[in-house]
Design a protein around this ligand. Sequence first.
Ligand code: GLU
Length: 484
Amino acid sequence: MINETPRVRFAPSPTGYLHVGGLRTALYNYLFAKKNNGKFILRIEDTDQNRFVEGAFENLIETLNWVGLTSDEGPKTGGEFGPYLQSKRLDIYMKHALQLIEEGKAYYAFDTPERLQTLREEQYKNKLQPIYDKLALQLSKKEVEKKLAAGEPFVIRMNIQPGTKVVINDIIRGRVEFDREVIDDQILIKSDGYPTYHLANVVDDHLMKITHVIRGEEWLSSTPKHILLYNFFGWELPEFAHLPLLLNQDKSKLSKRQGDVAVEDYKSKGYFKEALINFVALLGWSAGDDKEFYNIDELIEKFSLERVQKSGAVFNVEKLNWINSEHLKNKPLEELLILLKEELRISDFSENDYSDDYLKRVINSMKERVTFVSEYLVKSDYFFRPPVSYDENIIQKRWDISTPDNLNNLIEEFEKLENPNHSDYEAALKSVAEKLQIGSGKLIHPVRLAVSGVGVGPGIFELLEIVGKDEVIERIKTAINKIR
Ligand code: GLU
């Protein structure tokens, strides 16, 4: 396969949302394809009728497009190996299953659910592996035909020879061996006529000329069956790469119970797609240096399956938050401006009251202090309205009997300023402190409280410059009246 163009696929079963684990699988496939001038294919594995969710696959494609993982071939994009929706390929699977029956590599089985249940219970009692006992193979060709003609429900099973050993050479996990005990006569066609995941997956990977199967570790145990199927059909094997599990902080398997698992949830919480991609890329892969901030082009350049780890990868939301804040800091001002305006539009503040120039100054002053754009309206709401309350702790610590007098002196000095910038405010404040023979802290903290209502924020003089002289003076006067 060395000279072939790599063809990889993301093959989700639509559940209604895109799981972050699915995003990681999609991303690694995408990075591998882009890095190696290959093709990234999206195939929807929707053959489980019980799990049908209206609009699920459209939603999935939308989310993939949002993060930028657009496919070269897929249900919406098209391509020469379609259809890319498995539910539209049922005749293909049946044809392949019948071919295996013809060759003695698969067989019809007519067992009732009750019989299978009894079989399982017996095996359990005798501490045997719960696998099918091949009873159906005792039926003659005639008997099978009679049952089929009578419309008896059936499944089609793989006919696996006892003692079959399978070895996988996984790009990430190395050599993995499986022996017969664990390989059941897997059902290929279910009684509803639909293929199982195993049959559809292998047939499609072959017909779609997939060269590398890159998927989550939870599918590793299915791989022996897949390899046997490739052998049954006489097809060349793809390469396999099984990605490490995603874990909660406590090392249990990543679950909804301990946090969000849907990419859509992170989107609606205001995470940047660049940050999600960056974060998810590091769930099981590293370039081998200390770098943790990447854009997609750097990831494409650096990515290799050989550097994917075997052990589980812990999903750490704090790290995601940090990465999000780093991406925020790195975004062009114009882009942040658009995003902030959008936040203002859906907020109680009016978006039209502020000039672009004003908003840009707000953005820059708080860039180091926010993780999400929406936080501008929460952590620095004072840029959009006067304080509605004053932090009690700061009052206790920083506001004393002399404060109103000190601030009145400061107002007097501020009033003399014309179009002041931050250094003008600084000089004015220093001169008042000197005149009153107090430390500048005695003015700085109360002024910040008066102007912002809180004790933290951008540099005080920058804050004053952005809020503007008239408003600053107004707010100081209000605070003097309100705080006792
Ligand atoms: N449909 C499977 C899933 O939902 C695909 C697994 C594979 O990539 O083979 O993840």
